[in-house]
Design a protein around this ligand. Structure first.
Ligand SMILES: C[S@@+](CC[C@H](N)C(=O)[O-])C[C@H]1O[C@@H](n2cnc3c(N)ncnc32)[C@H](O)[C@@H]1O
Length: 258
């Protein structure tokens, strides 16, 4: 399962913003172009005519069927495929396309495809695109707690590489807005949501490190795990005392240009 890169501390705010932006428009046919538990749960709760959810991950379809009972209605479907494949949903158009943390995950699934992805999605949007993304994290964070969390996230990337995985590559809002225009959209709205990390987010980072270190030789595992545990303890203290403010998410609302 490919999880959202950001702990769901304000998932509701991001989806709530999309609902507000959508107003009284009908949802019609919806495409969840980079699906996962959170976005599909959101889409399944909307008054849609039908929905299609796409994942590039082999195990995700089974996971979503098990966790959400998806798809529940005859016209709905979860598809496994890659957007680079021109035959995927060829000629099919949707009233609403949701790209929820899809952009940042492309490097893990299909590196260097990000710019083409937006052009590819353009073919499928008749009404609106809602793009949720994460600003690239700052290289350094000020203060003991934020610095420990940032270091723990860096260590998490190290464990991904050691486990033979590719890393997420996030794109700044400014890049997204420029690329959307180039891909044939106009931006209706762009809203930034500062992130506050809580203890659950710290625990998830540590758990992810531990899972991936299971594939690594014992001495390396012991050293890296000890470091991860120390960093998590410092970060957890700060998260408990009011949360750690670092980075931001954004939601871009865009429509095809005529
Ligand atoms: C980080 S997850 C998205 C999070 C998800 N929306 C949620 O609610 O948890 C990224 C999703 O995009 C998919 N994905 C990434 N690159 C893709 C590509 N090139 N083609 C198709 N799916 C892709 C992944 O397989 C995964 O299903």
């Amino acid at each position: 399962m490919m999880a959202r890169p950001v702990p769901g501390c304000h998932v509701d705010a991001l989806f709530g913003h999309i609902v507000t932006m959508h107003g009284t428009r009908p949802w019609g046919r919806v495409l969840d172009a980079g699906t996962g538990r959170a976005s599909l749960q959101f889409v399944m709760g909307l008054q849609t005519e039908s929905w299609t959810a796409v994942t590039g991950d082999d195990g995700e379809e089974r996971y979503l069927a098990r966790e959400l009972g998806a798809p529940a209605r005859p016209g709905d479907r979860v598809l496994t495929g890659h957007w680079r494949d021109a035959t995927l949903l060829q000629g099919q158009v949707f009233d609403v396309v949701l790209a929820d943390y899809l952009l940042g995950a492309v490097d893990r699934v299909d590196p260097y495809f990000q710019e083409q992805l937006l052009e590819r999605l353009r073919q499928h949007v008749s009404g609106r695109l809602y793009l949720v993304g994460l600003e690239p994290l700052p290289d350094r964070a000020d203060g003991e707690g934020p610095a420990a969390l940032r270091e723990l996230m860096r260590l998490a990337d190290v464990t991904r590489l050691l486990a033979g995985e590719r890393l997420y590559r996030e794109f700044p809002l400014e890049w997204v807005q420029r690329s959307l225009v180039r891909a044939g959209f106009h931006v209706v709205n762009a809203t930034v949501f500062p992130i506050v990390y809580r203890t659950a987010a710290v625990d998830r980072q540590l758990a992810g490190c531990r899972d991936r270190l299971a594939h690594v030789d014992a001495p390396t595992r012991a050293a890296l795990e000890a470091r991860a545990v120390r960093l998590a303890a410092t970060a957890r203290d700060a998260a408990r005392a009011g949360g750690i403010r670092m980075g931001s998410d954004y939601v871009v609302t865009a429509e095809p240009t005529a």
